[in-house]
Design a protein around this ligand. Structure first.
Ligand SMILES: [Zn+2]
Length: 520
């Protein structure tokens, strides 16, 4: 009787251990359970440096601990913390367009009349000033094309009025023809203008751009979050703004050219000559600014080989998202990048159970991706193990679109051997269609530069980026868990974990045999 009871107890004990915990294979129920938490409204869209970010980070860290994955952040913890500077326009901010005598023509308010044309806010040094206005073409100085919009003009102490983009031309030898060069970027224009002594930039938008003014309004009033650097507390960034269509027309009224005339010039491939405007611009910008903490979450499955354990394969995803919208509606970020986050967590569980890796495998949850790849930028510049990373596998949006295919980006940019391994492991395991469409360097989307893996690639580390290209609910409150295909997510998780394992057990580090632009 006694014995029988004992046997019964054992049987029932075995029965109550859920398969999801002891499964040495990727378990879809685990993926789902974790995502139900991370993509819930309670987590308020996991905004960088918010309280919800802290709760998410804590959840990820305690789960890593439960899975027997060791801490690999700062001071023996799972967290790698860093300061970010949070900025936004106060509603009291304004610009004043005046005539030459200083009489106000129109007061301009953020979002309504003008927008922020850069990710970063201007340095408060330039928030309270009065300037003359001068039109200076595209605002480009490009000696290699013998082109300089600033050649014969003095812009010191003035606001320069500039065209978007760069001179349009079919000639490949002139600004690379139809391709966009760095000279078309707004940050370049602001820096170049500042180097000539200008105190601000107004960008004259292309007419089709005005159709996006509503999106632009949202962006203008959103917080900017950037890594805070004490030594560089003053960014010296001058204001760079765009005006609404109505205000652009007022600006150019009774000046050398109207908006239409300038656009005619532009279309014909010519740059209108520089001219001084009669009007002036006064700045009264009030910028809210606060320093907050953000944190990456990092764990490690130590390698079995004593020597190779000091080299690392990094599985990464970003756990931050974009928070709530202006009405408080939660952007759940189930696919972006809840999917990648739960995927590497589950991969970590499986790999930790197997413990079959010679090199160490790092599970890295980045924060601040949505604010400009901040967490991965901080990690790759500060973590002590970066020089010993042999590969990075990054997952950002991997749970939607066609079940049997996934976009595969960047694998062949630094090492052919690594690209071959990605192919081989895929064939051997889930055999998904690896779609290389976005791997084309001429693809205008430039996805290779747009998620966390790029910060690893910049350090010369071979990377692969898996991505589903979900478009309809991108950065919308409708990026919800109901739309996630867990079968697909399970497959990609199997692929990522097997790839991490094979890379960790490869005999030699992947040779860097392809030269890619932008490696530091
Ligand atoms: Zn993302």
């Amino acid at each position: 009787m006694k014995k029988m009871l004992f046997v019964l107890l054992i049987v029932s004990a075995i029965k109550v251990i859920p398969q999801s915990i002891i499964d040495k294979k990727v378990n879809e129920e685990n993926l789902k359970a974790t995502l139900e938490f991370l993509a819930s409204d309670a987590l308020e869209g996991r905004e960088t440096a918010s309280n919800a970010e802290k709760v998410s980070a804590l959840y990820l860290a305690t789960t890593l601990k439960k899975y027997g994955i060791e801490p690999f952040g700062d001071d023996g913890t799972y967290f790698q913390k860093f300061d970010v500077s949070v900025e936004k326009f106060e509603s009291t901010s304004k610009l004043m367009l005046t005539d030459s005598k200083g009489t106000v023509i129109k007061e301009l308010f953020p979002a309504e009349d003008f927008g922020r044309f850069s990710r970063s806010y201007p340095d408060p040094l330039f928030s309270n000033q009065s300037t003359k206005l001068i039109f200076a073409g595209y605002g480009i100085t490009a000696p290699e094309y013998n082109y300089d919009d600033y050649r014969d003009i003095d812009v010191k102490g003035k606001t320069v009025v500039l065209l978007m983009d760069e001179p349009d031309n079919k000639d490949e030898a002139f600004f690379e023809g139809n391709k966009k060069t760095k000279y078309s970027e707004s940050d370049y224009k602001a820096e170049n203008a500042a180097s000539k002594g200008a105190l601000g930039v107004i960008v004259i938008s292309n007419p089709e751009y005005f159709a996006y003014w509503n999106m632009f309004k949202k962006f203008t009033m959103s917080e900017s979050i950037s890594i805070y650097n004490k030594e560089k507390a003053h960014s010296k960034t001058i204001p760079i703004i765009a005006l609404s269509k109505a205000v652009t027309e007022i600006l150019l009224e009774n000046e050398e050219f109207t908006l239409d005339q300038i656009m005619e010039y532009k279309k014909s491939g010519k740059t209108p000559a520089p001219f001084e405007l009669d009007k002036k611009l006064d700045y009264k910008l009030d910028i809210y600014s606060k320093i907050k903490k953000a944190e990456n979450v990092i764990g490690v499955i130590k390698g079995n080989d004593k020597k190779l354990a000091n080299e690392f394969v990094v599985l990464s995803a970003h756990y931050d998202h974009i928070g709530t919208d202006s009405e408080g509606i939660v952007n759940n970020g189930a696919d972006d990048d809840g999917s990648g986050t739960v995927s590497i967590l589950e991969a970590g569980r499986v790999l930790s159970l197997k413990k079959d890796n010679d090199r160490s495998i790092v599970i890295a949850f980045h924060t601040g991706e949505e604010k400009g790849l901040l967490g991965s930028g901080y990690l790759t510049s500060n973590a002590p193990f970066v020089k010993d990373i042999i590969a990075n596998i990054n997952m950002d949006m991997v749970g939607r679109e066609a079940e049997d295919s996934i976009h595969c980006i960047g694998a062949d940019k630094l090492s052919k051997k690594f690209a071959q391994l990605v192919e081989k492991v895929n064939k051997k395991t889930v055999n998904m269609v690896l779609d290389y469409k976005y791997n084309d360097p001429n693809d205008p989307n430039k996805f290779y530069y747009r998620s966390d893996h790029y910060n690893y690639a910049k350090k010369g580390i071979p990377i692969v980026f898996f991505f589903d290209d979900m478009k309809v609910d991108y950065h919308q409150p409708t990026d919800d868990i109901e739309k996630i295909n867990f079968k697909k997510l399970g497959k990609i998780t199997t692929l990522a974990s097997e790839l991490a394992l094979e890379a960790a057990n490869i005999e030699e580090r992947f040779p860097i045999d392809v030269k890619e632009r932008g490696v530091e």
